[in-house]
Ligand binder design. Structure first.
Ligand code: SAH
Length: 404
């Protein structure tokens, strides 16, 4: 018999709207015993059954809903849910190439795919699984096996070392779940303006699961816009936007990141792309905030600037401090743009919504004394769906702007 989590009166509303998180403050009591990650039945105060959730006593998110239906949570549940997520992506023509031998695609996008705290990215012949919740922790092997069945890809590597695990009371855990040998360095083929761009991924040592697949469409757009422009790519990581800009015929591409290992991978990526002119690429290991101030004092100008900073606001509580950092970086960006220049600017902070982000960028333009217009609103690709009941899933937003 599983335990039952009973909500406080009136606190069932968000679960009834299929939001997957149950906060500690909404819980009245737990009937029975449950260990971290155990499946509990969820009931409204009235006794109405709302579904089943993974219990997480250490977290403010006390439980995460696995299902809003009357179904058991077992290996078959994970097979069904994983297969549905993979098939949904396979059905989309724009992702067809990502199921080829060197594709790169997010297969599981957590809450929005009905699997709270579970992320899976496919890089060519390896799947990388990242678990950030107590429920996924318990079912990792079932999820890994379901991924292999649904994709035919034989190897699954775990990268569960995100800081947020501490909030759930979970230790870091990395290594093979299925497969063995040295950690892999798969090379994916990312669609670009002039054919594929090859990108190597350091599965064991890279950030997150090794790469930022969410920017795939935006990197391609950067390649389309870069022709004959002087490009500045800030927070370049392993060079994704830079490689697409070079492949798109940029006059020059200056890329900045504070991570030496990321830049070492970026340099290797240049070698994986013989079609690009390496002489047009310059790589700078530096703090972007400082480097941009220096460029400003040197009077340097660029025609296309990419600003893709790390998450400044992990939650709404950090939004104010994050807003200052976003404004600062965008202000510096506007000041370095030549007349008619383009800015691709992003925020991947869950705590900053698209309207707020646009307002911050507008404030930055006003302070820089430039007129700018939005040419496009940008977001993550179709392999990062956003559950309608889970607006938090829309963490990545961007703007393509033109000044002057
Ligand atoms: N645009 C990249 C992803 C960027 S992730 C892509 O398409 O793959 C954010 C990057 O910002 C990380 O590589 C991190 O090392 C870098 N970073 C974080 N703070 C920084 C700072 N103050 N200055 C320079 N780089 C920074």
């Amino acid at each position: 018999m599983s335990a039952t989590l009973i909500l406080a009166p009136g606190r069932e509303r968000s679960v009834m709207r299929r939001h997957p998180w149950i906060f500690a403050g909404s819980v009245d009591r737990l009937d029975g015993r449950a260990r971290p990650g155990d499946t509990v039945l969820v009931q409204a105060a009235s006794g109405r059954v709302l579904g089943r959730a993974a219990f997480s006593p250490a977290s403010q998110i006390r439980a995460r809903m696995w299902t809003f239906e009357d179904e058991s949570i077992d290996d078959a549940f994970f097979r069904r849910t994983v297969t549905r997520a993979v098939e949904q992506r396979r059905d989309l023509p724009e992702l067809a190439g990502e199921f080829g031998p060197r594709g790169g695609v997010r297969l599981l996008h957590g809450e929005s795919d009905g699997l709270p705290g579970v992320i899976a990215d496919r890089y060519a012949d390896v799947i990388v699984l990242q678990i950030t919740g107590a429920g996924g922790e318990k079912w990792r092997q079932a999820i890994a096996e379901a991924l292999v069945r649904a994709t035919g890809i034989a190897r699954v590597y775990e990268r569960s070392d995100s800081d947020v695990r501490a909030l759930e009371g979970l230790e870091p855990r990395c290594g093979w779940l299925i497969g063995d040998g040295e950690p892999p360095f798969p090379v994916i083929a990312e669609p670009g303006v002039a054919g594929d761009v090859n990108i190597e991924i350091d599965v064991a040592g890279g950030h997150k699961t090794g790469f930022y697949l969410d920017q795939r469409d935006n990197r391609r757009l950067c390649g389309e816009l870069a022709r004959e422009r002087r490009v500045l790519n800030c927070f370049c990581y392993t060079g994704g936007f830079s490689l697409h800009a070079l492949a798109g015929g940029a006059a020059s591409v200056l890329s900045i990141d504070s991570s030496g290992p990321a830049l070492a991978t970026a340099r290797r990526n240049v070698g994986h792309n013989p079609q690009i002119d390496a002489a047009r690429a310059e790589w700078l290991e530096a703090d972007v905030f400082q480097a941009l101030r220096t460029f400003r004092s040197e009077g340097r100008r660029f025609d296309l600037i990419v600003l893709d900073p790390p998450k400044f606001a992990p939650s709404a509580a950090h939004a104010k401090a994050a807003a200052r950092a976003y404004k600062d970086i965008n202000l510096l960006g506007f000041r370095l743009l030549a007349p008619g220049g383009l800015l691709m600017t992003y925020s991947c902070s869950g705590g900053v919504d698209p309207d707020f982000f646009q307002k911050i960028v507008a404030d930055a333009a006003a302070d820089a004394g430039v007129s700018a217009r939005v040419l496009r609103r940008l977001s993550a690709g179709a392999d990062h769906p956003v559950g309608l009941a889970f607006p938090e899933g829309e963490y990545l937003k961007g703007l393509l702007l033109r000044v002057g």
